[in-house]
Design a protein around this ligand. Structure first.
Ligand SMILES: CC(C)(COP(=O)(O)OP(=O)(O)OC[C@H]1O[C@@H](n2cnc3c(N)ncnc32)[C@H](O)[C@@H]1OP(=O)(O)O)[C@@H](O)C(=O)NCCC(=O)NCCS
Length: 185
């Protein structure tokens, strides 16, 4: 069971099958998928993919978290993941996806900070990576605000992505621009 986190404005809680329709609806916005290569071609495949990502087993302490506003806890605004790279590994990646209506408020950074901290301090990871499309300026900025460093380029499928990474030692002294929130019981 994954922990939940509370930040100044957000609840970051384990993603559940009840979040399925909200996740599917978010993915149907072309702006949300603009810089992503998705593995589905039909609505059925999309649904199957997301159900699988919600219900599959991940290594201890890893998975997806849904993000909601503390003021409106019934309304899903996005998710953060900390999983084996592309669900396979061996590297561990962090990722974020939010509703377009929620962009530009610092939510992705605020929600990802406690997940990053959990990865290093509770799970005991040595290194966390994020590969990002070079034109995805908002996502590149989130990675930077979390303290991840550009480490090179990586070809993933047909695309050349920018690779970011943070290791445990760097994490301890990385500047972070917002508070990391706290873990709920
Ligand atoms: C990437 C994403 C999660 C960011 O969410 P968000 O809640 O808006 O992110 P934050 O507000 O925490 O931070 C975004 C930062 O990027 C900056 N930014 C946004 N658009 C930008 C642009 N076009 N050019 C430069 N900077 C930009 C913001 O100003 C902010 O930086 P700041 O705090 O220094 O001002 C959101 O855009 C999203 O869901 N995109 C679609 C899915 C996606 O691409 N996920 C990432 C895959 S690698």
């Amino acid at each position: 069971m994954l922990p939940s986190f509370e930040t100044q404005r957000l609840l970051v809680r384990p993603r559940q099958i009840a979040d399925l329709n909200a996740c599917l609806a978010m993915d149907r916005d072309p702006a949300v998928l603009r810089y992503l290569d998705v593995p589905w071609r039909t609505p059925q495949e999309h649904r199957q993919f997301v159900v699988n990502r919600i219900t599959r087993e991940y290594p201890e302490g890893l998975g997806y978290w849904s993000v909601v506003l503390k003021l409106v806890p019934a309304a899903f605004i996005g998710w953060v993941l900390l999983t084996p790279y592309d669900a396979v590994g061996p590297e561990i990646e962090i990722g974020w996806r939010f509703l377009r209506s929620a962009w530009g408020n610092g939510f992705a950074t605020e929600a990802s900070l406690p997940v990053l901290r959990h990865g290093f301090e509770t799970v005991g990871l040595d290194r966390i990576v994020a590969d990002i499309h070079p034109d995805n300026a908002a996502s590149l900025r989130v990675a930077e605000k979390l303290g991840l460093n550009f480490v090179g380029e990586r070809k993933v499928g047909a695309r050349m992505l920018k690779s970011y990474a943070l290791d445990r030692r760097q994490y301890a002294k990385a500047p972070r621009t917002t508070e990391g929130g706290r873990q709920l019981a």
